[in-house]
Design a binder for this molecule. Structure first.
Ligand SMILES: C[S@@+](CC[C@H](N)C(=O)[O-])C[C@H]1O[C@@H](n2cnc3c(N)ncnc32)[C@H](O)[C@@H]1O
Length: 182
């Protein structure tokens, strides 16, 4: 959920939605951002929980998954919440993402779509292609690739920091939106 962007869009589009985040603060923020009036009748549910354990959602029950996980531990969303994958280094993060991908596959209806946004990261001067590593996990557990969308990033707050870190050389200036089908 983060701050609830996806749920806000779901509400505006008159779609029913279930939002999940491991961090209660994120759930609170999302609920606050959802408190606007609009003409639609959608039912929006929020829940504190982990994307790696969606036992409260039945198999083949969901029409569309839209998820934006942390990019391993490049930004930490909490200090010590158990299950927060933004606290994991790349290897542990990828192991957990395999469980997340399996849960996503389980709850999605056949032939429906799962979209995930993911970016690459830079560690110790090297690029780790986290986007493609995560994409491969989703492919290995059974999803097929419908689209690879490149989302360009301009004028980010962190740009000056990374320019300095990288001696004004190339910046990671895009993220991916992988669109999978079950
Ligand atoms: C990149 S942010 C999402 C931002 C969101 N797209 C928005 O527009 O605000 C990633 C979110 O994943 C959450 N998160 C971390 N581990 C999680 C887990 N195991 N299950 C569900 N959410 C998790 C973090 O608390 C954080 O809010």
């Amino acid at each position: 959920m983060g701050s609830g962007t996806t749920l806000v869009e779901a509400k505006l589009l008159n779609r029913n939605a279930v939002g999940i985040d491991i961090n209660p603060q994120s759930v609170f923020k999302s609920e606050t951002n959802l408190q606007f009036k609009c003409e639609t009748q959608s039912k929006i549910y929020t829940k504190v929980g982990s994307a790696s354990d969606l036992h409260f959602i039945k198999d083949n029950g969901i029409d569309f998954i839209c998820t934006h996980p942390p990019y391993a531990n490049i930004i930490k969303y909490s200090k010590d919440i158990e299950g927060d994958i933004s606290l994991l280094d790349v290897d542990d993060f990828l192991c957990k993402m395999e469980i997340v991908a399996k849960e996503a596959y389980r709850i999605l209806k056949k032939r429906k779509t799962c979209a995930i946004m993911m970016g690459d990261i830079r560690k110790n001067g090297k690029v780790i292609p986290l986007g493609f590593l995560v994409m491969n996990i989703f492919l290995q557990i059974g999803f097929v690739n419908k689209e690879i969308i490149i989302k360009e990033q301009h004028n980010c707050r962190s740009m000056q920091y990374w320019k300095k870190q990288n001696n004004d050389f190339l910046l990671l200036a895009h993220e991916y939106i992988f669109v999978f089908q079950k």
